[in-house]
Design a protein around this ligand. Structure first.
Ligand SMILES: Nc1nc2c(c(=O)[nH]1)N[C@H]1C(S)=C(S)[C@@H](COP(=O)(O)O)O[C@H]1N2
Ligand SMILES: [Mo]
Length: 202
C-alpha cells in the first residue's frame, strides 16, 4: 500500500557505498576546476611523451595514440572539494600500454604527469600501472570538452581528481617523489579518497 515510506523506520536513506567519506554525489553536475587559463590545443599539434627513466623516450601524435588498443574506465571520480560523480565512462588508452612501449627502467618509482599548460602532479608509479590510469579523450561517450581537459587528459580515478591532469602532455619517470602544483600548495602527495588524504599531513 502507498504511504509506507522508506523513512518510516526512522533510518536515514542509505549512503551510496561508492561515495568515499566526506564526499557528496554531484549527480548531473560536473564542476569545472583548474588553476590556469583554459588553453586551445589543436589535435594536429597535440603530442604525448613518456620520458625520464625509460629505455626509449617515446612520443605519440594524436593519430598514433588512437592507433593503440582502446581501454575504458567505467566508474566514479572524486574531487577533494567534496563532489564525486558516480558511474562515468572514459575512453582512451591505458597508461600501461604507454609505459610498456617506452620501457620503464627498474629504478623508476614515481611519475610526474605534465600538462601542455605547465600544470604538474606527482604519483607513485604503482598508482599509474596495473590498469589504474588512462589517457582519455571521450567522457560519457562524447569528445572531452576543452574545459574538462580536451582534447585529452589523464584520469587516475582511484585518487582525488587533482591527480588527473587536464590537457596532459606526458609522463616523466623519476627515482624519487617530486611534488606537483597542488602538492606544493598543501595537497597530499598521494590523495587516496577512501582514507581522506586531502592535505599534507593527512
Ligand atoms: N591542467 C590541469 N589539470 C587539472 C587541474 C588544473 O588546475 N590544471 N586541476 C585538477 C583538479 S583540482 C580537479 S578537481 C580536476 C577537475 O577536472 P574537471 O574540471 O574536469 O572536473 O582537474 C584536475 N586537473
Ligand atoms: Mo580538485
Amino acid at each position: 500500500m502507498a504511504g509506507i515510506t522508506r523513512g518510516f523506520t526512522g533510518r536515514r536513506q542509505a549512503r551510496d557505498p561508492r561515495l568515499p567519506p566526506g564526499q557528496y554525489d554531484a549527480r548531473d553536475d560536473w564542476p569545472v576546476l583548474h588553476a590556469e587559463a583554459t588553453p586551445k590545443i589543436v589535435t594536429d599539434r597535440w603530442t604525448f611523451t613518456v620520458e625520464g627513466l625509460v629505455e626509449r623516450e617515446t612520443t605519440w601524435t594524436w593519430k598514433e595514440i588512437h592507433d593503440l588498443p582502446r581501454s575504458r574506465y567505467a566508474g566514479d571520480i572524486h574531487c577533494v572539494t567534496t563532489w564525486s560523480k558516480l558511474g562515468m565512462t572514459f575512453d582512451g588508452v591505458s597508461v600501461d600500454v604507454l609505459l610498456d612501449a617506452a620501457g620503464v627502467l627498474p629504478t623508476a618509482t614515481h611519475v610526474v604527469a605534465v600538462a601542455h599548460t605547465g600544470y604538474t602532479t606527482n604519483l607513485p608509479l604503482a598508482d599509474v600501472t596495473g590498469g589504474k590510469a588512462w589517457v582519455v579523450w571521450d567522457a560519457d561517450g562524447q569528445p572531452l570538452t576543452t574545459e574538462h581537459g580536451g582534447p585529452a587528459r589523464m584520469i587516475v580515478p582511484h585518487l582525488y581528481f587533482w591527480k588527473s591532469a587536464k590537457w596532459v602532455s606526458g609522463l616523466r619517470l623519476l627515482d624519487h617523489d617530486e611534488q606537483g602544483f597542488w602538492e606544493r600548495n598543501g595537497y597530499h602527495d598521494r590523495g587516496d579518497p577512501w582514507t581522506e588524504q586531502r592535505y599534507q599531513g593527512d
